[in-house]
Design a protein around this ligand. Structure first.
Ligand code: NZQ
Ligand code: ZN
Length: 391
């Protein structure tokens, strides 16, 4: 079998490291002088980043309009409010300062600015994405990769739906990645973000039944090893620059399109997690941390065992002189220890007070009334079984 052909182009410009904000005005001026600065629940006001960014822009003669209050798991209603403000204030360019939720919400504001209707229509592909406003970001949390990818994930709590959309035009023009801006991220969000980075490698697509490329496999394992090495350090020492820098760059490269090559995306664990967040509004990375090892256990068989063993050997340094099945079981067990004991993430849905009430509906939705196509195709009954293993 030959490798799949693929196209790779990622136009997002990155400024990495501290003290780069002086370049922000010149980058923004390329698109206009009226800026809407979007942010979340207020962490950037507490850390002083909001004032820093606003001052830099205003000193360069720009008008800054604030749009705050973007929630984790951003809502379509918030997107609509952002669009209304954008139109009212005749905004030229958007600047998202925050984590994945702020960036995702801003991406869809950028697209819905030119659509006369509910932004949700774009998310569900009822209307196509046309023109998109220019968007820049200042990242504050290492997790989603939204700072350099073409995706946005939006929730509709009226219908219990959390859906991703992807379009090349949604990629940020420029992203500022200063690891010191993540020093204040809580231990919990640092751990959840780290689990999310791992899940991006899993789903996009370390575990793949398509033809693999050795080089990309090696690079994916490097990203996984980076997270395994540095996430515990960041938890112990939140201001450790080396740890924060490694996690930040790992998050960006896990999902910017480079590592997937022609392998495509399986997004199995993500499809299941998005249902948990849609029904229970839980933190994305936490849901993934609970699901990933249970998914591995569920699809473990003679065919998958060598892949899981390889993960244990190459990422966690487990012994290779054991059978494939023993190696796979050891890998899953070591992975659980990492997530639940070293990152201190909760290990079950029961701990989050989630029971099986909605499992059937969640499984059906995760499969989009079909199956989840991935490393192993999963029908709704499979997804329900995996969710039960998470209880
Ligand atoms: O809202 P604020 O006050 O800023 O606080 C946030 C929020 O409470 C806080 N935080 C962020 N930076 C901080 C900070 N607190 C202190 N100091 C800082 N420097 O952390 C909390 C979580 O923030 P959020 O943006 O929700 O986290 P994350 O970056 O993990 O984003 C999660 C969202 O992204 C989606 C997820 O589904 C979820 O909705 N995803 C987006 C993807 C994409 N665009 O490609 C792919 C992912 O798989 C994922 O689905
Ligand atoms: Zn994710």
């Amino acid at each position: 079998m030959t490798l799949n052909n693929f196209v790779f182009q990622n136009p997002t410009k990155i400024y990495f490291g501290p003290n780069q904000l002086e370049n922000l005005p010149d980058e923004i001026k390329k698109f206009g002088l009226r800026v809407m600065l979007t942010y979340g629940g207020g962490s950037i006001k507490k850390t002083g980043l909001f004032d820093k960014v606003k001052t830099v822009l205003e000193n360069a003669g720009m008008t800054v309009i604030e749009f705050g209050g973007i929630e984790p798991n951003p809502r379509h209603t918030t997107v609509n409010r952002g669009v209304a403000l954008c139109k009212k204030e005749n905004i030229d360019v958007l600047l998202a300062v925050g984590g994945g939720s702020t960036i995702d919400c801003t991406k869809v504001i950028a697209a819905a600015r030119y659509y006369d209707g509910d932004a949700w229509d774009l998310v569900i592909h009822k209307a196509p994405i046309g023109q998109v406003m220019p968007l820049l970001t200042v990242l504050t949390l290492a997790a989603t990769g939204s700072e350099m990818d073409e995706f946005a994930v939006i929730s509709n709590m009226d219908t219990n739906e959390k859906l991703g959309l992807g379009d090349e035009k949604l990629r940020p023009k420029v992203s500022f990645l200063d690891p010191t801006n993540t020093y204040t991220v809580s231990a919990f969000q640092t751990a959840a973000g780290s689990a999310d980075i791992i899940a991006h490698i899993f789903d996009v697509c370390y575990f793949s039944r398509n033809e693999k490329m050795y080089m990309l496999d090696m690079l994916m394992e490097s990203v996984l090893k980076t997270v395994v090495r540095y996430a515990p350090i960041a938890l112990q020492e939140p201001t450790n620059y080396e740890a924060r820098a490694n996690l930040m760059w790992a998050s960006t490269w896990a999902l910017n399109g480079f590592l997937s090559g022609g392998r495509g995306q399986a997004t199995t664990c993500h499809a299941i997690e998005h249902e948990l967040s849609a029904f229970y509004d839980i933190t994305h990375g936490l849901g993934l941390a609970i699901i990933m090892p249970r998914w591995m256990e569920y699809v473990l068989d003679e065919k998958s065992a060598p892949d899981f063993k390889k993960f244990g050997v190459n990422v966690f340094g487990l012994p290779s002189n054991v059978s494939d099945m023993d190696g796979a079981l050891a890998a899953i067990s070591r992975f659980k220890k990492f997530l639940y004991e070293e990152l201190h993430l909760q290990s079950s849905l029961s701990e989050l007070k989630i029971d099986d009430t909605h499992f059937a509906a969640m499984a059906r939705k995760a499969c989009r009334d079909d199956v989840i196509h991935g490393y192993r195709d999963l029908a709704p009954a499979d997804v329900e079984n995996i969710l039960r293993k998470c209880l």
